[in-house]
Design a protein around this ligand. Structure first.
Ligand code: DGL
Length: 265
């Protein structure tokens, strides 16, 4: 059995493309449909009830696009809306994500790890739960850095202002002698080269996207819903913001030409 319908992915902006990139790598034959809710960016400062409404609207759009599964490629959306959405759409596979504290806590040698994230995620019950389950006996320094979301929305430029902004976010973590930094916002993997240039190789950055992609494959396999297409699946991109801006930044971040369409209201 196979299912040729697309996989839907959503985020507040271009951040979820870090997840799309890994899904594309692991499952090249799947069709993809990506929505960026840039009219409502940032998600990382919004309340749970606001995010539930915003994200439900996008999920309905993705269902109307005939998506067979949805990936919530946004930590803040997961914090606020994962359980809510699963209750609203019980027959739809919804793949979630959480800050990857578990692998960092298992591997730390200094006993200290850092988490870079946004306010909504840091203050949510999901994160508290992750810390209780996986970070026992480990010191976790949580750093909220909304400025990095904006940097990635501008295409993760490699200028001095960007370097300074990234360095400011990392400084407290370096001072705390962390040896792993968890990227708790899907925008941040696009700043890995910037971060590694500042940190050197002694601190490992933990990007959850490859694990999310493997989970997408597991879920579809279990439902016998993988695509059996013989050629690369096409990807469609929608934004509630400005399509030209999204297309320019997404093309830069993914290194391939992207043409986004306006999200129909
Ligand atoms: N990319 C999103 C996340 O993973 C949020 C960025 C935002 O604040 O909009 O949390």
């Amino acid at each position: 059995m196979s299912d040729p319908r697309p996989i839907g992915l959503l985020d507040s902006g271009v951040g979820g493309l870090s997840v799309l990139r890994e899904v594309r790598r692991l499952l090249p034959f799947e069709r993809l449909c990506y929505v960026a809710d840039q009219a409502h960016l940032p998600y990382g400062t919004r309340s749970a009830s606001e995010l539930q409404q915003l994200v439900e609207r996008i999920v309905r759009f993705l269902i109307a696009q005939d998506c067979k599964a949805i990936v919530l490629a946004c930590n803040a959306a997961n914090t606020a809306a994962l359980h809510y959405l699963r209750a609203q759409f019980p027959d739809l596979p919804i793949i979630g994500m959480e800050p990857a504290v578990k692998p960092a806590a298992e591997r730390t040698r200094t006993g200290s790890i850092g988490v870079l994230t946004t306010q909504t995620t840091a203050q949510g019950a999901l994160y508290a739960n992750v810390l209780t389950r996986f970070a026992d006996g480990v010191r976790v320094i949580t750093q909220i850095c909304p400025q990095l979301v904006w940097l990635v929305e501008q295409g993760a430029p490699e200028d001095e202002a960007a370097r300074r902004s990234v360095a400011e976010c990392l400084a407290p973590l370096q001072a705390a002698n962390v040896d792993h930094i968890v990227l708790g916002c899907t925008h941040f993997p696009f700043l890995i080269p910037h971060m590694q240039a500042i940190l050197g190789e002694s601190i490992s950055l933990v990007d959850p996207a490859p694990a999310v992609a493997r989970q997408v494959r597991r879920v579809l396999e279990a439902r016998e819903a993988l695509s059996e297409a013989a050629s690369q699946g096409e990807a469609h991109f929608f934004t509630s913001g400005a399509p030209e801006q999204f297309s320019r930044v997404a093309s830069r971040l993914l290194g391939t030409p992207i043409q986004a369409l306006p999200l129909p209201v």
